[in-house]
Design a protein. Structure first.
Length: 520
């Protein structure tokens, strides 16, 4: 059997079908989108299939029937009616100058105008868009379909108080406002993006816009269920298992831990990240790939400035509108972290209508730690530091807690690591352990409280209790009095109980002292 072809970075539906790339059929969602919906908005993380969805819809509305042969929509849609499409793609463009956004829109509109023999170059982009919609309707006699890809790309890396940000806000609000005024000429519209900027009020004039981002009906419109993964890529899973010299089931479980876990509704199945899975199949390695495609720099900084305690995630609860409505990530970065895919739904309390969140998988957890490390540890990017942090890995996996603690104490002695709360020290310790490849968990609930940090390897279990400006004795007493190690009583792995006291005084800061007890 010939190896499967992986459409990595290919977002054009016709190319995937015509060139024989592996394709997970999502066309059954097309009739659902058109059923009693005029305008829809969909938020999904980057590299999750939004652009492919837009391309698929364009080919559908332009009635390229040959591309859909044997797919779900061919069997479902018996009244296939073509429509002219105006596609607005914000993926490309230089958004660093005040006129960057308008220049990008003008280029897109100009291309559509040429197609229909029109020219409205003398108008501003908002009125130009309005004229284009009306003229296309008049020339074709059919209502127009509007497809907008990554509408928020121009905004994601801008400061919300910058002049360019406010300029783009005004341009987008006027531009999308035309969808309401031209409603009589429009059949359907879909707008996609990573985030929904409520403070910008871009869609305030479009009061019949349906946000399907967390609707169960469209939960897996992008991304893959495990059933879809196995139905389409079983040969690739088998090939990867052979390379890893393990069973199909063990390899599938590894893929699941690294790339599965995204959940966008209160019910439904967890989803795989398509980009990462395809890259793993091509490279024949299960590693972190998603973060190589870019990380919003503002998000990273605001996460640090917000004082977010990663361990508090399990305690936080959010309503649906809180997760979907954001301005910029200043103050509370959680909603943007959810919409950009760094966090996903863990559970849903139906009576209180509250969601709890978690990291989707190991890939995101490791990647999140990587981009936070330089913010907590400024020396992490210096020459030789990679080897220094690698030694933490060696200490943990080789069962050398005293060597680990001595190295950690030396690290925190530097001025760059002078923190002012237990949570900051705890977060950096968690980041170091996650990047070391260990199974690290903060704020693990037990019957008598929560452990600050637990680390598990194949041979060892580490239980940390952290204190700030108190005493190491108090830390150790808490471990014993609350029985943090009791649930591991039957576990054959060696256990290390570690109490640490951090101090922040004029005369000294960092780790004052620590204590390690061992249980075999």
């Amino acid at each position: 059997m010939a190896p499967q072809k992986y459409p990595i970075g290919i977002q054009t539906f016709s190319e995937i079908i015509n060139e024989g790339y592996a394709y997970v059929d999502k066309t059954a969602y097309i009739p659902k989108l058109l059923d009693n919906n005029k305008y829809c908005f969909l938020s999904r993380p980057r590299r999750f299939g939004k652009s492919l969805l837009i391309s698929t819809l364009q080919d559908y509305f332009e009635e390229r029937r040959e591309l859909f042969k044997g797919l779900a929509v061919e069997r479902m849609d018996k009244n296939w009616i073509s429509s002219p499409v105006i596609r607005i793609d914000f993926n490309n463009g230089l958004y660093l100058k005040p006129d960057g956004l308008e220049n990008r829109i003008a280029t897109i509109l100009s291309n559509h105008e040429k197609k229909y023999g029109l020219s409205y170059g003398s108008l501003d982009v908002a009125n130009r868009f309005e004229s284009l919609i009306a003229s296309v309707f008049e020339k074709t006699g059919r209502k127009v379909v509007i497809l907008v890809d990554e509408y928020d790309k121009p905004l994601l890396n801008l400061e919300e108080d910058s002049e360019i940000y406010h300029t783009y806000q005004t341009v987008l609000k006027a531009f999308f406002g035309n969808l309401k005024t031209m409603d009589q000429y429009i059949r359907f519209g879909l707008i996609t993006g990573v985030a929904r900027f409520s403070k910008v009020s871009i869609f305030s004039d479009l009061n019949n816009l349906r946000d399907i981002s967390m609707d169960e009906e469209f939960a897996d419109i992008c991304g893959w269920t495990e059933k879809e993964l196995e139905m389409t890529f079983a040969p690739s899973i088998e090939a990867l298992a052979k390379d890893r010299e393990e069973s199909y089931e063990h390899t599938l479980n590894a893929i699941r831990q690294y790339y599965d876990g995204y959940l966008f509704s209160s019910r439904g199945e967890r989803l795989y990240n398509p980009y990462s899975v395809l890259t793993a199949f091509r490279n024949r390695k299960i590693e972190s790939y998603w973060f190589e495609t870019g990380t919003p720099t503002l998000l990273a900084r605001h996460v640090k400035e917000s004082g977010l305690d990663v361990g508090d995630l399990s305690e936080l609860r959010f309503k649906r509108d809180e997760l979907l409505s954001i301005g910029q990530p200043s103050g509370n970065p959680i909603p943007l972290m959810f919409q950009t895919g760094y966090l996903t739904i863990d559970s849903y309390e139906i009576r209180r209508n509250l969601y709890s969140l978690r990291f989707p998988n190991r890939e995101v957890e490791i990647g999140f730690s990587k981009f936070l490390l330089p913010l907590y540890a400024p020396e992490a990017n210096r020459t030789g530091s990679k080897l220094y942090f690698q030694r933490f890995n060696d200490d943990i996996f080789d069962g050398r807690p005293d060597a680990f603690m001595k190295r950690l104490k030396a690290l925190f002695a530097g001025e760059a690591y002078r923190f002012h709360s237990e949570a900051e020290y705890q977060s950096l310790l968690y980041i170091i352990m996650t990047l070391a490849g260990a199974d690290a968990e903060m704020e693990r609930h037990t019957s008598n409280g929560r452990t600050d940090l637990e680390i598990k390897t194949d041979d060892y279990i580490y239980i940390f209790e952290i204190k700030y400006n108190k005493s190491v004795a108090e830390a150790m007493n808490q471990i014993y009095n609350r029985g943090y190690a009791e649930r591991f009583a039957l576990d054959p792995r060696k256990k290390f109980l570690i109490g640490i006291n951090f101090i922040d005084r004029e005369s000294a800061h960092g780790i004052e002292n620590y204590k390690i007890d061992t249980i075999n």
